[in-house]
Design a protein around this ligand. Structure first.
Ligand SMILES: C[S@@+](CC[C@H](N)C(=O)[O-])C[C@H]1O[C@@H](n2cnc3c(N)ncnc32)[C@H](O)[C@@H]1O
Ligand code: FES
Length: 451
């Protein structure tokens, strides 16, 4: 029995460069268009849309099959989607011009394709060629660098409602020839479209990368662009065992971009943390290294009785003040410029938060902060660490393992740490109960309780 009126399978099988495949013929754009059109017509709950692997008809891609009748469509393009959804998924009639129902030819093509593909892969292996997976990882910096440069130059804003390379080059004071090359690469990456000599933003780039858009992430992403320069020092950092200085750290906008980058992540995570910890019995919170104040702001908004104090470096506190004031919670959130490694924390807090802090410090520094936090908490108070938490052998999860290198290139002695380490440090600092709370997303919480 079919649980859905229709079930669509769209092939999204990636193949080595130069080999015919549905994604190379545009199946990802078809998938996206199907999803949007079905949603627009209110069909999402009647029709299941599923991606699938190769069906062996790659030269005729993008290929898509609609069940329960088993109708095979080939060479489907985004321009066909409206008709497929209206005629087939809504009215129940297939779109004959796209149907492929020559079972004999289809089977022959699939068998031939499979044999050819296996032979080609065996020949590559025999010749000792690098697998595509390794090639892609090694060249992974290319797409990343294109996007970061486009963000640094604010290209997506300069594209506006559509413009030529010459016009965009003039707007950002850059060479038209080079801008044209970058724009073409951005089209290849699916971040712009091109028609004639006019480039346009996609719905995604218009939403996330253009100044003035509600969901613009550019300012926060400029921190990633700054960090990119640090990653280019990784070899030297590994040799020396710590970060090596680079000029860009002293750029005046570095701190502003850093805090914007932190806020970009924290504003979505803060409500999850408030929900996980709850506000019952919580009156006083110390937010160590609060940055944009996102976590204190979320607590203040969740509970009018909560008072938060953010301790951050003197050069950051004026930026924090702006975020707090904009959120309208200045009466509940106070700011203290200082150094959490040296300054007295105060006393009688119900929660002390260390969101994205411990990875900046060495084991010794974290142990020191945990000991002083234990003394500054009230009975039943909690120390909350939010971070990327590694498994005991420090190889999983992938993001935490890579982030550890982010700290190698960016800090004196920071790293990602494991649950075992955090638990050990908290217990040594005097916390009687320590537990882990998993959150959706890459970071988790370790919470220590004062008895
Ligand atoms: C990675 S950010 C995290 C910000 C915030 N907790 C969040 O999750 O969005 C680290 C913060 O710690 C602050 N910080 C770094 N070293 C500090 C120190 N020694 N004392 C106080 N704050 C510090 C930085 O200025 C920055 O705001
Ligand atoms: S890649 Fe889609 S059918 Fe082969």
């Amino acid at each position: 029995m079919e649980p859905f009126r229709f079930h669509l399978f769209v092939c999204t099988q990636q193949k080595p460069e130069g080999v015919a495949s549905c994604p190379a013929s545009g199946s990802l754009a078809v998938l996206d268009a199907l999803d949007r059109e079905m949603h627009a017509r209110g069909l999402s709950s009647d029709v299941q849309l599923t991606t699938c692997g190769c069906m062996g008809l790659c030269d005729e891609g993008p290929v898509m099959v609609v069940y329960p009748a088993g109708v095979w469509y080939r060479r489907v393009q985004p321009a066909d989607v409206s008709e497929i959804v209206g005629t087939h998924l809504h009215d129940g009639k297939s779109v004959d011009r796209l149907v492929w129902n020559d079972a004999h030819a289809m089977k022959a093509m699939s068998v031939e394709h499979g044999e050819k593909f296996r032979a080609a892969m065996a020949a590559r292996d025999e010749a000792g060629m690098l697998p595509d997976r390794l090639e892609q990882m090694i060249r992974g910096y290319m797409p990343s660098r294109c996007i970061l440069t486009a963000l640094e130059l604010d290209i997506f804003t300069a594209v506006g409602d559509g413009a030529s390379a010459e016009r965009i080059g003039t707007r950002i004071h850059a060479s038209a020839r080079a801008v044209g090359m970058l724009l073409n690469a951005l089209v290849a990456l699916g971040l712009l479209s091109k028609s004639g000599d006019i480039y346009r933003n996609t719905s995604e780039s218009a939403r996330f990368f253009v100044q003035g858009s509600k969901d613009n992430h550019r300012n926060g992403l400029l921190h990633t662009a700054n960090i990119w320069h640090r990653w280019s020092t990784l070899t030297d950092a590994v040799r020396s065992g710590t970060r090596v200085p680079i000029d860009r750290d002293t750029a005046p906008e570095w701190t502003q971009n850093f805090i914007a980058g932190m806020q970009r992540i924290a504003k979505d995570r803060a409500p999850l943390v408030v929900k996980a910890l709850g506000t019952a019995g919580v009156r006083r919170i110390l937010d160590l290294g609060g940055g944009s104040g996102a976590y204190s702001i979320a607590f203040a908004k969740a509970c009018p009785d909560v008072q938060c104090e953010i301790l951050d470096l003197p050069e950051v506190v004026p930026l924090t003040a702006e975020y707090v004031s904009k959120a309208g919670v200045s009466a509940q959130v106070s700011l203290r410029p200082g150094d959490m490694l040296l300054d007295d924390f105060g006393s009688s807090y119900d929660i002390i938060m260390l969101n994205a802090i411990c990875h900046m410090f060495s084991e010794e520094q974290n142990r020191n902060v945990f000991r002083r936090a234990h003394q500054a908490l009230a009975p039943n108070g909690r120390l909350v660490v939010q971070d990327f938490i590694l498994n005991p052998d420090k190889t999983v999860p992938n993001h935490a393992a890579l982030f550890s290198l982010n700290m190698l290139v960016a800090t004196d002695a920071g790293a990602s740490y494991s649950e075992l380490e955090y638990t050990d440090w908290m217990k040594d600092a005097g916390f009687s109960e320590v537990c882990r709370i998993n959150l959706p997303g890459p970071s988790g919480l370790i919470v220590g309780l004062v008895k």
